[in-house]
Design a protein around this ligand. Structure first.
Ligand code: GRF
Length: 211
């Protein structure tokens, strides 16, 4: 399956997916990596592996709609079966999300539906959570609210701070995202109106526990 990956920053999740493909753990190939930031370190990672890169600088656009329209075109030239958001720090328009529904994935650093939005690690600590983690989900038009495919969990220790939790969760992300991309590429999961279908049943709201 052809995959397009969207990034804005360091691209450690992109790297984890590249590594999984090169190790034969994902039945797919990355057709292109697209960044909205020209300086994103993830672009260098992609180029090192001979992957085509594109930059679409959002600062050159007057409206979100205009940017998303060009982004949609840029992605569709590759006719991807899957579009992966890997630290792509842009809110997407409904038109864009609707266009890619069912083949657009995101990773979020919390155990959804808990802690949508930003500062998830500090918020998990403030709430006294005993466990924390990350989720991969299909993207829907409501932020961080699409159907969850899988999660990885880590216990919150008494001496954890936001930085230590962030490090632990990032390590889990690098296991979880490739695993979920492979579930999609191997057609083991699909988005239905009821949620994520896996082995003939609809997954619970928290998806598969892939810890
Ligand atoms: C990850 O923490 C992810 O959960 C969030 O953005 C970050 C991306 O990191 N959506 P990287 O660019 O993959 O290193």
């Amino acid at each position: 399956m052809d995959i397009v990956i969207l990034i804005s920053g360091s691209g450690t999740n992109l790297q984890a997916i590249i590594d999984a493909i090169e190790a034969g753990r994902i039945e797919g190939r990355i057709a292109a990596v697209i960044s909205n930031r020209p300086q994103a370190q993830g672009l260098t990672r992609a180029r090192k592996h001979g992957i085509k890169t594109l930059v679409l600088d959002h600062t050159g656009y007057g409206t979100r709609e205009a940017f998303d329209a060009d982004l949609l075109q840029a992605i569709e030239q590759f006719q991807p079966g899957l579009v992966v958001l890997a630290g792509f720090m842009r809110i997407l328009t409904d038109h864009f999300v609707d266009h890619f529904t069912g083949r657009l994935l995101n990773i979020h650093p919390s155990l959804l539906p808990k802690f949508k939005g930003l500062n998830t690690h500090q918020r998990a600590l403030d709430a006294g959570e005993q466990e924390h983690g990350c989720s991969v989900h299909f993207v829907s038009s409501e932020l961080d609210s699409g159907a969850v495919i899988g999660q990885c969990k880590v216990p919150v220790e008494h001496d954890d701070c936001a930085a230590s939790l962030s490090r632990k969760v990032q390590q889990l992300e690098h296991l979880l995202y490739p695993a979920c991309v492979q579930l999609f590429c191997s057609k083991q999961i699909q988005l239905t109106p009821d949620g994520v279908l896996y082995q003939g049943t609809t997954l619970p709201a928290t998806g598969l526990d892939l810890t």
